[in-house]
Each structure stands twice: as structure tokens, then as C-alpha cells.
Design a protein around this ligand. Sequence first.
Ligand code: HAM
Length: 428
Amino acid sequence: MINSIRGTKDILPTEIPIWNFVEQTLRRVSNLYGFEEIRTPIMEKTEVFLRSLGAETDIVNKEMYTFVDKGGESITLRPEMTAAIVRSIIQNNLLFGSNILRLWYFGPLFRYERPQKGRLRQFYQYGAELVGSSEPEADVEILLLANSLIEELGISNYTLKINSIGNSTSRKVYRDVLVNYLFEHKEQLSKESKERLERNPLRILDSKDQGDQAILANAPNILDYLDTESIGHFNRVQTLLQKNGIEFVVNPKLVRGLDYYSHTVFEFQSEVLGAQDSFGGGGRYDELFQQFGGGQVPAIGFALGIERIIIILEHLKIFKQKLEPLVFVAYTNPMYINEVISVAETLRKNRIPAIFDLKKKSLKGQLKEANKHNATFALILGDEEIAQHRATLRNMNDSTQSSIPLDNLVQHLTLNITNANPTVSNIK
Ligand code: HAM
């Protein structure tokens, strides 16, 4: 047996309804906020990510699926979408004629991480990017969209953590102060944090190591080092969130794992997820366009991890699947198979989903099969039915049966389907 690659996952037919529900909800709410969908290739030139995410980030250092293609070009399976979207906006001149872009996307990403609950090597993200405004109102617009998406999905018990990492000047000042402080405690830091001290000290703030956390408890606070502009921006974001009834917690240690951020950064966390507690995150990236040669274009965005959202929905047991109606056309004798095919086709032509047995099973076997497929009705053709040009309609939920004329089949079925209206929970 050949198994799937470690950290990748098949999404099986039983799981598709919840995925469809999530995708449809994300699409509907994005539309309410005026965001348009964009789809970019799953592979990009490696340079797209090297240039943007930060040479010292875990993603670039350890997690990218990079290979040289047959033409000798270095290619990377996208580990995130924001850099690819920026590349696409510049290449396709999407900002031309409009100074604000509202974009959303949905698709698979690839990171070579150590797989565990909620952490995969191929996973899906929904994301949204609001491009062209440096105003705090844009930050709030993005947070309102994220909040609506999460609530419309049915998730109410979560924490929004926000922070400001200021502009690059104030961040540099803070970085030096933090490094000085941490150097004094270097020997007590974890191995990973010691390494980060040289290369990416701000990430130490994120450390889950208990020893590190004890040292960090007295570390200088980034919010004390923001300049007036950065503080003003962050205060306005908080005021607007409060005015709109969005609850949040300010966490000065929230720095995020990508280098392109400035000013507002945020994460959505849920206790249901355990160690990987963040099901979404994002922030402002006012300097990323410049790194791609795209000029001064401020932007902000976020992404939600779909597998993590599905773990939460399954835990909450709130997702009820509305079953699509399905008619199982059954026969008492294989000699009626021609009639069965023709009846099934009539139903399909009238937009009623229909299947039938392809293994010439007994009627009992066919009804079992109908149940397995969650059929709403079985439509049985037997000697008597064929002779009278009728069919027996069996409601698979309550086993009641009635006889209906084949001539008015579609009208009869449509009426019965409307009345049956089945729902089932797909949470096991
Ligand atoms: P990120 O925090 O790296 O941000 O990822 C966002 C979300 O993707 C995480 O909160 C998590 O739910 C999910 N995720 C990340 N890695 C994995 C994994 N290995 N397995 C399963 N889920 C995962 C970004 O990617 C930014 N591009 C977000 C952004 C958009 N910032 C601005 N615009």
C-alpha cells in the first residue's frame, strides 16, 4: 500500500459538506464587505518568498518546499499567500485606476513543519488583503471582516489578540533594547531562543518555553518604544474596535512569524486547538510592495487556517448538514434495468439527483445501498408497477410507501422532496 505524504490529508466525501459550508460562508461574507476573489498559482519563483518573508524566519529557513525545475529555475510551493498576491497585483497592474483593492483567496499552502493536531504540511487558508490605505480605519475594516467571518461560521468563543510593532524606525530602537536585556539573561534562555538572539530576536517574545517566559516577564515592552505616529495609529484602531463592539486583548508580546509586518498585528486564538491555538492571524505590511519594486503601497490583511476552523466546528458540534435530496431508483428484477436508467435520466434532466444499483443486487440489497447513500427516497420498479406504468415511492426516513404514476413522476417527486427536507449531523 502506498500512503499519502506525512502531514498531508485526504478530504473524504463525508468531510466535504463541512468544507463546503465553510467555503460558502467565507465567500458570502467576503462579498458583503466588497472583497473580490483572486486565484494565483500554487508555485512561484522562490525569489517571491525569499524577498518578502525574511531570511531569518522559520518559514524561509526550514519550511519551504523548494526545488529546481527541469529548466534550472528555483521554484517554491507557496508557504503563504500574501507575497504571491503582492507579486500578482504588481504584475497585473491591478491598482491602476483604483487606489484601493479588496481581495480574498482560498487554497492550499505548503510548509515543511513537524505534523501534529492542526499542523499539516499541506493545509488550506482563506485570506483577505486590503491594499492601498495606511489609515487605521482600514485595519478596523479588516478586523471587522475577520470577526464577521468567524461569527458567521458559528465560532463565538475565541480571543482576538492585537499588538502594534510600530514602524521600522521604532521597531529598530526596540530591537536593540530587547537584545540588550536578553543578553543579560543569555545563559538561562532556551537553545532556540539563544539562536534567535542573533538572527531574529523579536521572535523570542513568542517563545512557549517556561524558562524563556520567566525572563520575558520583565522584558521591555514594545508599546513603550513606539513613536507618536505609531501610538496614534494603534490607539485609533482600539477606539474603533471598541465602538464596534469587538472584544480584544492587547498583547505586547505578539510579534508574528513573518518579517513583512509593521504597526498592527493580530491573532485569533481558541482553547479548543491546544498547542496550535491560533486559527488566524495577520497584520499591516506597509513596506512589502516596495520590496517587490511596486512603490509605496500600504496594505493590511489576514489569513484563517481552514483545518483549524474545522477542528473547532467539529468540537462545538454546531454544524448540521442539510442533505441534498437523492433518489435511489430500484428494481425487483434486473430485466427492468433499461426502465431504471431511463427514469434516473428523467430525474437528472429535471435537476433531481438520482442513482441506481450497478451490481444487480436483490431489492433488499438495493434498499440497504440506498440507506448507505443517505437517499431521501427509493423509487421502486417491479412487475406490477411496470404493468401499470407506475412506481412505488418509499420514504427512506420513515419507510412509508405510496404509488405514483410514472407520467407525473417529476411533479410528484418535487412535492415529496420539499416536504421531506432532511437534515443530518455529520459530526461523529
Ligand atoms: P500565518 O500566521 O503564517 O499568516 O498563517 C495564518 C493561519 O494559517 C494560522 O493562524 C493557522 O491557522 C494556519 N496555519 C499556518 N500554518 C499551518 C500549518 N502548518 N497547518 C495548518 N494550519 C496552518 C500568514 O500566512 C499570513 N500570510 C497572513 C496574512 C495575510 N498577513 C497579512 N495578510
